[in-house]
Design a protein around this ligand. Structure first.
Ligand code: HPA
Length: 384
């Protein structure tokens, strides 16, 4: 197997120069650099990153711990992390803590034992063990998607990145209210996650902005998964005064809600309107096409890498929490006509304060409500 010394001899340079080319530790003249790269290519030299790590104490690897990697939202985040890490010369080690705090702690320990330079973690609903571990071992980390209360016990402050949650959810509610709906339900996610809390508070502010009362029975917890959402939707539909419109708080829960509606022979939007948080690749193949809020998943992943590498380069700089905007994708499950209801990056304006410029993370104003807005009635129909 070719060694660094072989490369140096073949390129007519010192071993130190080869090392500078490989590690980017010092500028090297372009023609010298090219001679080294040609020699590497010709000899089939493969750097021994383990040996390099022993010298530098850096592995140029990042750990990523996100639950539900099979969920398209998290898969796209992973793609964003991977592409961005690779671009900066970092490799990736991945773990899925399955939203289980004990599993999460083990996953993070495993990544740490592999000596990743830092981690990107989407924390579970109870991150206390995670925080204790990261703090005790002084692991550089960025929290993604779910924010951790910076003032929590033992929580050193961390950089964090997530999507806007409250305003886009409020926008879905005001959009439905503008179509005449008065009983709008939320199929909410797993309690304890910041995303769940923020989407519930967005739901409430959307109701308030539309002048609708808040009926606690219209918030059903769907545990962030399809099966839980199916049960939650069934419970909503069994109410004496059931909702005429649903907002689902993530993509998996949209699937569960649609199953519950189909099993009861209810059509969307004829019997019940539907707006979803989370867009996904085949949301426009459903009949009707799903009106949704699209999260900037790849950009979230890329931003997390940027924050982490900035932290590694400047450990003492102040921490940052970055929020990225979502996009309202206006289709037809809300009850708006199909014509012209193309996916749009313009979003509905957040309920408060009214934006002077259209906010791309918010649904646009609803189509004009019926001239005599009679509240839509839930009725049985043909499932679509
Ligand atoms: N957070 C945010 N969006 C999501 C999630 C989540 O855990 N799951 C599916 N979409």
């Amino acid at each position: 197997m070719a060694t660094m010394a072989d490369v140096a001899r073949s390129a007519g340079v010192s071993v130190a120069t080869v090392s500078h080319v490989l590690n980017g530790t010092r500028p090297v003249l372009p023609h010298t650099r090219q001679a080294v790269l040609d020699a590497i290519d010709e000899l089939g030299y493969t750097p021994n990153t383990l040996a390099r790590s022993l010298v530098t104490s850096r592995t140029r690897s990042i750990g990523l711990a996100v639950s539900a990697i099979s969920n398209p939202y998290f898969t796209e985040i992973l793609q964003g992390v991977e592409a961005s890490a690779l671009e900066r010369g970092y490799g990736l080690l991945i773990a899925d803590p399955h939203d289980d705090p004990r599993h999460e702690r083990k996953a993070v320990q495993l990544l740490h034992e592999r000596r990743v330079d830092g981690m990107i973690v989407a924390p579970s609903a109870d991150p206390s063990d995670l925080l204790a571990y990261l703090g005790r071992h002084d692991v550089p980390a960025v929290f993604l998607d779910r924010l951790v209360d910076a003032s929590a016990d033992r929580a050193p402050r961390y950089d964090q990145v997530c999507a806007e949650n409250a305003a886009p959810t409020a926008g879905l509610v005001t959009h439905l209210a503008g179509l005449g709906h008065r009983r709008i339900a939320l199929v909410a996610g797993l309690p304890g996650l910041s995303t769940t809390g923020e989407r519930i508070s967005g739901y409430r502010s959307g109701l308030a902005a539309a002048g609708l009362p808040h009926d606690e029975r219209l918030v059903a917890h769907g545990d962030s998964e399809a099966a839980g959402a199916e049960r939650a939707t069934a419970a909503l539909l069994a109410l004496a005064d059931p909702p005429t419109a649903l907002v689902t708080a993530n993509n998996a829960m949209t699937i569960g809600a649609l199953r519950a509606l189909r099993d009861r022979g209810l059509s969307v939007p004829g019997d019940i309107a539907l707006c979803c948080f989370d867009d996904f690749a085949w949301a426009d193949l459903f009949t009707p096409r799903l009106t949704a809020v699209a999260q900037p998943s790849r950009a979230l992943g890329a931003e997390a890498v940027r924050l982490l590498l900035d932290r590694l380069a400047t450990p003492d700089r102040p921490t940052r929490t970055v929020r990225l905007p979502c996009a309202f994708v206006h289709r037809t499950s809300c009850g708006c006509p199909g014509d012209g209801a193309q996916p749009s990056s313009s979003q509905p304006a957040p309920p408060q304060p009214p934006p002077s410029q259209p906010d791309p993370s918010q649904p646009p104003p609803s189509q004009p409500a019926p001239s005599q807005p009679s509240p839509p009635q839930l009725r049985k129909g043909t499932a679509s």
